[in-house]
Design a protein around this ligand. Structure first.
Ligand code: GAL
Length: 739
């Protein structure tokens, strides 16, 4: 019956589908910039060909920044218009274009995204937005049943250039589905009374009602017949956003399929969700100290360290054998002061509540190196983008404390781009904009709660968001930040591309980072130094030499599997360079409520993909910077970020990054050597379908006989001779600690 239904849908869809113009085929291409190239009559026969799915760097134009044009010739059949349902307009999809584009159809400009350097306001990239342009069906630029030419003027400011990626690229008639959307991410899953609940929204942006059938099916793990089904005939009024409730028993990891089938065209809109499954066991009420085994600080600098302990409150803290000059607040567990003694101090930290006492030895290493384990905390960018404000930082800080996440070691509160104003016209000092009325006050607030504060700038004249940056004010800015109480600096290349030569050599690439290294060294604070230049010049090979405590190894991450997979699984190459105090940074976490602006949505990663994300970052010894609005922390995200055994793998004192040891099709096994002689073993399944995977200890270079612990579930699973076979969910992971 189900097969019949599916084939019926397909049939209906094919019956109404019209042929579209496929624009993912090679285009004509030429670097340079001439207005005549917009003219359809221009003779481009001697131009080369280029694929629009890969940047031009990878197609023979390495290191080319600047202008180039793409041209595409096609016939536009009137049958396409006549067979369509709405006969209203055409939709042009071009995918992502790095960085700016201006589109002409038969010589007429029909759209632009981003800003060219000569535009008012100057250059602005829109590299990560798939292009979508609409044209009315009676637009005089259209030539029905004749040859048409699309010409696209592209400007690339930096990095990859031109059309790229696998987003759809075509020209087609607008249909009803252009006006309909299913929103399954605006509200989180809520776990309540053995039930799982969520709101789904169907939206009709058209100015007439749309009829259709709404079907929700819930499939239990591995079953292909739905356990629950809901069907509704719905009329969505013009411009209506309808909220629909999902409400069914809490099945661990069920697949929820949502479909809306429009009545006239049978156009199907669908969304698929995986219900969250919680792996981290509930927190024990007894005290447990979760700090890493080492902590670095510089002599003579202000010291700030917080005992991160879970367990019932109230809690009392102690620290024995602290270096001279440091003291602990017994009620908060915050250690402050300043010590001039260099050396390794084995401090015994203890935490006590009504249920008992626990203690842990942590080595305070007072010397030149800081960030001895990867920084953990929060950064504003992946949630708030340029709309970050003092209030939003405080809300997330309050939530970090109130939710108990801080007790697991999450500590830095980093303000990314968007805090800056112009400079003081007399002193030249960088000023904060109206969203940050008192930066020193904000730092004091965070410090008083044992948290640290990070800030952001660029070595160029402007940040990536177009705000004032540090060029020619390096020492002054470092001093200002130190005065405010800053503990972390993310220093982002951005407009330094305009200062550096067109194809900078290694020395030129390192120069701005060395200048800031020297400026930071003159301050009296421990400021973690985070380089952000997207991996240029294999930064992992030299980031430590310019003082970097961490360095971004890639471009920006976003909340999709493609982005996560593309970045995360490429990190084997830089892994050997990670060491205590100097980390590879594959970018910030994309879990929880993200959005890069004012409007947030729930991450588009499935629960299994999020387990993969956190596990892989822990295996890589990557900095863990939560990129979501913590004031809206949902049950699943909190559980995901509170697993002390997973975090301990990331924070392991040996400081070695895990390596890819075995690859078999879509299965990858990574192994990380830990300080106590055990190994973390992560089995990743990059396929959509669940898999059974067998690991062979000998192949991983391990002993023949291994004692195994499931890290996410925090359970011993037993002893295994030679091999272990385990099920790994699609896009998921099994993370083990092997002794
Ligand atoms: C990008 C950087 C992002 C974010 C942004 C701010 O270059 O990679 O992480 O900091 O700039 O404008």
């Amino acid at each position: 019956m189900r097969t019949l239904l599916v084939s019926l849908f397909t049939l209906l869809c094919t019956a109404v589908a019209t042929a579209q113009i496929d624009l993912s085929q090679p285009w004509k291409f030429k670097t340079g910039d001439l207005p005549a190239w917009a003219d359809p009559a221009f003779d481009d026969r001697d131009w080369g060909m280029i694929s629009p799915t890969k940047d031009w760097e990878s197609q023979g134009f390495a290191n080319y920044n600047g202008y180039a044009w793409y041209r595409f010739h096609f016939n536009l059949p009137s049958s396409m218009r006549d067979q369509s349902h709405l006969k209203d307009g055409l939709r042009l999809l071009l995918g992502k274009i790095d960085d700016v584009d201006m589109v002409f159809l038969n010589g007429k400009k029909i759209g632009q995204m981003g800003q060219f350097p000569s535009d008012p306001g100057g250059y602005a990239t829109k590299w990560d937005v798939p292009r979508r342009y609409l044209l009315p069906v009676d637009d005089p630029a259209l030539r029905w049943d004749a040859e048409n030419v699309l010409s696209v003027r592209v400007y690339d400011g930096d990095g990859g250039g031109g059309f790229f990626g696998n987003d759809p690229k075509n020209l087609n008639m607008v249909d009803l589905s252009d006006f309909l959307s299913v929103d399954a991410t605006s509200e989180p899953f809520v776990f309540a009374d053995k039930k799982i609940r969520k709101k789904i929204f169907l939206e009709n942006k058209f100015n007439r009602p749309i009829d259709g059938q709404y079907v929700v099916q819930v499939f239990e793990n591995k079953k292909d017949q739905p356990t629950y089904e809901q069907k509704l005939d719905i009329t969505l009024n013009a411009k209506e956003r309808r909220s629909l409730d999902l409400d069914f028993p809490n099945l661990q990891r069920a697949r929820v399929q949502i479909r809306f089938t429009e009545k006239i065209t049978a156009a199907v809109l669908s969304a698929e969700l995986e219900t969250p499954y919680l792996l981290t066991p509930p927190e024990s009420p007894r005290p447990r100290i979760n700090n890493a085994e080492v902590y670095g600080a510089r002599p003579g600098h202000l010291f700030l360290y917080t005992i991160a302990a879970t367990g019932d409150r109230p809690m009392q803290y102690q620290a024995a054998k602290l270096p001279a000059g440091l003291r602990i607040d017994a009620l908060t567990g915050i250690i402050t002061g300043s010590t001039s003694e260099r050396g390794i101090f084995s401090v015994t930290l203890s935490a006590a509540n009504s249920l008992g006492t626990t203690s842990k030895i942590v080595n305070f290493v007072i010397g030149d190196n800081i960030a001895l384990t990867p920084p953990m905390g929060w950064n504003s960018w992946n949630c708030w983008g340029l709309s970050v404000s003092d209030a939003k930082v405080r809300q997330s800080a309050d939530a970090l404390l109130k939710s108990g996440l801080a007790n697991h070691g999450w500590n830095y509160m980093n303000i990314d781009d968007g805090w800056e104003a112009l400079r003081d016209t007399v002193t030249g000092e960088i000023l904060t904009n109206e969203k940050f009325p008192n930066m020193r006050g904000l730092a004091d607030y965070l410090h008083s709660h044992g948290l640290k504060m990070g800030i952001y700038s660029s070595p160029g004249p402007f940040t990536c968001g177009g705000y004032t940056a540090t060029w020619q004010h390096e020492e002054q800015d470092a001093m200002t930040w130190a005065k405010w109480g800053v503990d972390y600096l993310k220093y982002d290349w951005c407009s330094y591309g305009q200062i550096a030569p067109a194809s900078p050599n290694l020395k030129e690439m390192q120069r701005p980072y060395r200048v800031m290294q020297a400026a930071l060294a003159k301050t009296n604070r421990d400021i973690v130094y985070s380089l952000c230049q997207y991996g240029m010049g294999n930064v992992w090979e030299w980031g430590d030499q310019v003082g970097g405590n961490l360095w971004r190894t890639t471009g920006d991450i976003t909340d999709t599997w493609e982005s996560l997979e593309g970045i995360g699984f490429q990190q084997n190459i830089s892994a050997p360079y990670a060491k205590s105090g100097h980390w590879n940074d594959p970018d910030m976490l994309i879990v929880g409520w993200v959005g890069w602006g004012d409007k947030l949505h729930q991450t588009r990663l499935t629960p299994s993909e999020q387990y993969t994300h956190i596990s892989l970052w822990a295996m890589l010894s990557a900095p863990l910077l939560i990129g979501c609005d913590l004031a809206r922390l949902d049950d699943f995200t909190k559980n995901l970020l509170s697993n002390d055994e997973v975090i301990a793998i990331d924070q392991d004192a040996a400081g070695k990054a895990g390596r890819l040891v075995k690859q078999d099709g879509d299965t990858q096994i990574w192994v990380k050597e830990l300080n106590d002689g055990s190994r973390a073993v992560a089995i990743f399944n990059r396929n959509m379908a669940d898999r059974n995977v067998t690991v062979n200890w000998a192949e991983l270079g391990l002993k023949n006989y291994a004692t195994v612990r499931d890290v996410w579930r925090q359970q011993d699973v037993g002893k295994f001779k030679k091999t272990l076979t385990t099920a790994v969910y699609g896009h998921g992971v099994v993370l083990l600690r092997v002794y």
